[in-house]
Design a protein around this ligand. Structure first.
Ligand SMILES: [Zn+2]
Length: 158
């Protein structure tokens, strides 16, 4: 069963659901509500729920990419990228309330070569930057590849 970013199944039939259960899943945010008719749904914080789900979906997609692209961030002494959810929380906050000054260190804080930054052309989205003075060809290639993938994620969630 395929569901969209709001958690709504592709084959969801609102009329049948309403007829059998007396409730319906909001087609905009995926929340189950109990309307009097299908013409209008009761207030349920729809815009806020949508923004929250979009921010969560964006953060998950970005984190999946970062984990795939930066396996070497798993460095000694138990430091694991985002083991406390800090990075994903910052991405979600940024998606909800864009912060042009966003800067999150992705590798070990004592190294801090790789950072997550606000994407200036798309408020609420992120890019990565390598802060080494002289980037190796591999680092330059990785920076370009990851930012292209981040742009594709942002576009896919428009
Ligand atoms: Zn809704």
């Amino acid at each position: 069963m395929s569901v969209n970013v709001m958690g709504i199944p592709a084959d969801y039939d609102a009329e049948r659901d309403f007829a059998t259960s007396g409730t319906v899943v909001c087609g905009d945010c995926g929340t189950r509500v109990k309307p009097r008719t299908l013409e209008s749904l009761p207030p349920h914080g729809c815009a806020d729920i949508q923004a929250s789900k979009r921010a969560t979906a964006y953060a998950i997609a970005v984190m999946n990419l970062l984990h795939a692209e930066f396996p070497d961030l798993l460095v000694g002494n138990g430091f694991i990228l985002d083991q406390h959810g800090y990075v994903s929380c910052r991405i979600m906050e940024h998606a909800r309330r864009p912060d042009p000054t966003l800067e999150v260190t992705l590798d070990h804080p004592l190294v801090a070569n790789w950072r997550l930054l606000a994407e200036p052309r798309q408020p609420g989205r992120v890019r990565v930057g390598c802060f080494r003075v002289h980037l190796s060809p591999q680092e330059a290639e990785r920076e370009g590849r990851v930012n292209a993938a981040l742009a594709a994620i942002a576009e896919g969630l428009e």
